[in-house]
Design a protein around this ligand. Sequence first.
Ligand SMILES: [Zn+2]
Length: 332
Amino acid sequence: MQTLQALLTQISSTTTLEGLENLRLQVLGKKGLLTQEFSQLKSLEGQVKAQKAQELNQFKEAFTSTHALKKQELQNLALEAKLCAQKIDWSLAHTHLRASFGHPLSHTKDRIIEYFTQLGFKLHLGALIEDEFYNFDALNMPAYHPARDMQDTFYFQDRKLLRTHTSPTQIHALQHQEPPIKMISVGPTFRRDYDTTHTPMFHQVEGLVVDRARRVHFGHLKQVLEDFLHHFFGDVRVRWRSSFFPFTEPSAEADISCVFCEGRGCRVCAHTGWLEVLGSGCVNQRVFENVGVCGVSGYAFGLGIERLAMLTCEINDLRSFFETDLRLLEAF
Ligand SMILES: [Zn+2]
């Protein structure tokens, strides 16, 4: 046991990894001292054997941990010395450089954020976990609304859920900010869906403009969004269709002339010549009532970032955005 203790003490004065490994072999190797001591246990019996075993195990623990600490220390020193000695030739050409402009979704998102923030819209990210009030009730989607079905929404306990749209951020803004409000909310949203045009996580951009009295109307919304669509898609025609959303009244969806066939009709536009791109409308007065805001008017709009990226990057399968295939990035 004395020899073993001496070997343990030697660890602290060891200066090389090689020397440290030698110590380990002398103690724990196949023919190491401690290994031999353990094998001799079988010749002992009863209390003596138990006491000896305990002693050996305690020593093994002390030796292993001291050894590991010293090893880490010596490895750090070796790495530091290696880095100091290394000379990097920055001028060397890389043979596998790959150029890309980033992921199509990030690129699309950044373009949209840049456009609206330059118009004075303030960016809100919002929380991913919301409760039913912010995600549904306040947005005029009562308990019987089909979107609240367990099949469509990821629920936690206590009425908490993964937000199914970015709209809850609008409710928080209405509760905490005095009008005028001019904001966009951008980020991931979640629904229980998976096929070529749906993924469980997808990204939305949502805009909200609210002001006192009747200063904000549908004409403002139409102008802002048509300008945006021309900025984003270039020389396209825009068509408005009346629609329905619980949180806006009146509601409208905007289509653009198909960017693939210029309106002549193709497979992507289902031979209609038009592509749906966004939903919008004047904020339903019930939404304002639900958060206790009176005497205001506003409009809101929402876009799917994947949808816009699919159209600008000519991608057919939504799922390919989330498969980590570098060839997708190289294509742009
Ligand atoms: Zn088309």
